[in-house]
Design a protein around this ligand. Sequence first.
Ligand SMILES: [Zn+2]
Length: 236
Amino acid sequence: MSSFKYSIFFIVLFCGSQTNNVNSSSQKSENPLGIHSQDGWKNSLPIKYTISIEMTDTQHQYLKNAMQSWEKAVAKKLFEFEGTDPHKGIDFSDLYEPLKMGLNGHFFDMTWAKSTGKPNSVLATTVWENDPNMTQAILHSSIRYNQEYYIFGDATKDQSQDKKTIVDMQSLCTHELGHFLGLSHVPSTSDSSSIMNPTLKIGEGNTNRFMSSGDVDRVRSIYGVGDSTQSQEVIK
Ligand SMILES: [Zn+2]
């Protein structure tokens, strides 16, 4: 039993998302606010993704809930589950190795700082690689989760344990999938209810699972919108 209490609301940096593409820095200034890859994956939908063998069915469901929020926003199928991947975060030599292996995966890291080079306070990180022939299109992207310091579950039901703080996985995944799809951070001064604000309150009871109307507009500017939409459901 731990005597550690988590009554304080932590505000932690969501992620250290970044591209592995040298050309994209020159493109960056051309992108509107909140978008890092204007062409996204729109030439290769739905995006086939894998999950680590370490991810439980329950955790996969939280991830799928987050995917459905983005799919509702554009009224299109964006994601298709391809299966489990035998790799763990610890198997990769650096942050970008999943991209070099051509993986669009979700991996848990038990040696966070060593494997990713990121501070302990970072909950997760999304990395992506742009197509060198079309630098506004995404070729591969993977998400890595800091399992060394956090527990990924349902913050309305699950608890922090030992020295690991509970993080609401659906909230976190909705944000990280925004990066995965081509969105970048939006400062709270520009859109205070954006799911792409760079921080998240974590700990028991803290969730932020909904996107703003600005988020819906930004993702639609990449993917357009299908025939019908229930986007109101995903807007807070
Ligand atoms: Zn982020």
